[in-house]
Structure formats: structure tokens, C-alpha cells
Design a protein around this ligand. Structure first.
Ligand code: NI
Length: 177
């Protein structure tokens, strides 16, 4: 089967708030397998469903101890502050220092429908917060100030159009995100 394409900045699916997963079943499991394949190939340490065009609340990740899946995740607690140079597979080639909570407590379900509860710190915590943002239609660009956004959009627009894709900022006058 063909590797899933990772959607990049300008694709409206990345701005959508995803819906809860209703059924944890075989088709979800095989989709997750394909997402993991695309994630490893990128390579990345996390990939959320909207990044492959699916507005559902789940993501795959591998924080160094094997492939994992988190379904209908929710962050129930956060603590501290931590700055980290953060990138995104959907915004290729760019990264920014972004401050977010240092520690989080995240809950959700695994692919067998079992409840999962994880206390994460620093990079692992950052990974979860980043993927959660994707499920809420939020991108790294939303954390930048106006000047940084302008610069980033210019670079991205040129890059995406160079690849022969449609203008990610859409028709003149309409700008997203
Ligand atoms: Ni991302």
C-alpha cells in the first residue's frame, strides 16, 4: 500500500477541530499502522490524524520505546514552563523556540481500548502537547508574534509553491491560518 502523504501548511484539514473516535476497531488499527509507517519515514516522533487528512482525535508516536497510539487524549494537568526549539512535519524545515508547560498528565485509550494515563516531562510532554494541538486545529504558527508569522508564511509560501503545489495562502486577500 502507498505511504500516506503528510499534509502541509495551507491544507484546511490542519485547521479543523477533530472529532472524538467512536469505535476502536480493526480499521483504526490498520490506519495507525500506516500512520506509523509515514511517521518513521518522515522521520518524526509523532503524527496526528489530521496530518494525514483525518479529523479524528488520535495520534501515533514513538518516544524511543516503540510505536504507540493514543486515542481521545486529554491533558488533565500541567505544571511548570519549558522552552524548546519545536518543529512540525506539516511545517517542514522551520522551527521556533516555544514556551509550554514542562510537565503534563495526559489520559486516553490505547488501540485495545484500555485506559492510558501518562505523566510526561520535557520532550515527551512537548510531543504530547504538540499532537494535542493538531487535534484542536492549532499549528506552531499560532504561537508566533505577528512579525514571526509574516516571515514564516513568506518562507512557507515560497517553499510550497516551488514544489508545484497550490498557493497555500489561497486567493489574494484570503489568508489562512
Ligand atoms: Ni506537528
Amino acid at each position: 500500500m502507498e505511504t500516506l502523504a503528510i499534509r502541509v501548511f495551507g491544507d484546511p484539514v490542519l485547521k479543523r477541530v477533530s472529532e472524538k473516535v467512536q469505535n476502536i476497531d480493526e480499521s483504526l488499527a490498520s490506519l495507525c499502522e500506516r500512520m506509523l509507517e509515514a511517521m518513521y519515514q518522515a522521520p518524526g516522533i509523532g503524527l496526528a490524524a489530521p496530518q494525514v487528512g483525518i479529523s479524528k482525535r488520535f495520534f501515533v508516536y514513538d518516544y524511543g520505546d516503540g510505536p504507540k497510539i493514543l486515542i481521545n487524549p486529554e491533558i488533565v494537568d500541567t505544571d511548570g514552563e519549558w522552552e524548546y526549539d519545536e518543529g512540525c512535519l506539516s511545517i517542514p524545515g522551520l522551527s521556533w523556540n516555544i514556551v509550554r508547560p514542562k510537565q503534563i498528565h495526559i489520559v486516553g485509550y490505547d488501540i485495545d481500548g484500555r485506559e492510558v494515563s501518562i505523566e510526561a516531562d520535557e520532550l515527551e510532554s512537548r510531543l504530547f502537547q504538540h499532537e494535542m494541538d493538531h487535534l484542536n486545529g492549532k499549528l506552531l504558527l499560532d504561537y508566533l508574534d505577528e512579525e514571526q508569522q509574516k516571515e514564516a508564511k513568506k518562507v512557507l509560501r515560497q517553499m510550497i509553491m516551488r514544489q508545484g503545489n497550490d498557493d497555500p495562502l489561497g486567493p489574494k486577500g484570503v489568508q489562512f491560518p
